[in-house]
Ligand binder design. Structure first.
Ligand SMILES: [Zn+2]
Length: 77
């Protein structure tokens, strides 16, 4: 799978800060907090975490750190 010139492998762990990102599709992934093993389903425009669910009500463009980590792994930022 090639996205934006960068080769990204599915289901390989990518460390971004204290997060671990597994890419599960061209626009989605599983993001795990390195210290608590909480697995979130994250896409380019949504995330399971409470921060996103709360903040996105007021700011439709809000991106939580899990979404930013996924974007970084996908080479979008
Ligand atoms: Zn999140």
């Amino acid at each position: 799978m090639t996205i934006n010139k960068q080769e990204v492998k599915l289901f390989e762990p990518y460390a971004v800060g204290n997060l671990v990102v597994y890419v599960t599709g061209p626009d989605r992934g599983s993001v795990i907090e390195a210290d608590c093993r909480w697995e979130l389903n994250t896409t380019l425009d949504s995330c399971d975490c409470c921060t996103f669910r709360w903040r996105s009500r007021r700011d439709p463009d809000f991106k939580c750190r899990h979404m930013l980590a996924l974007r970084q792994v996908l080479g979008l930022d």
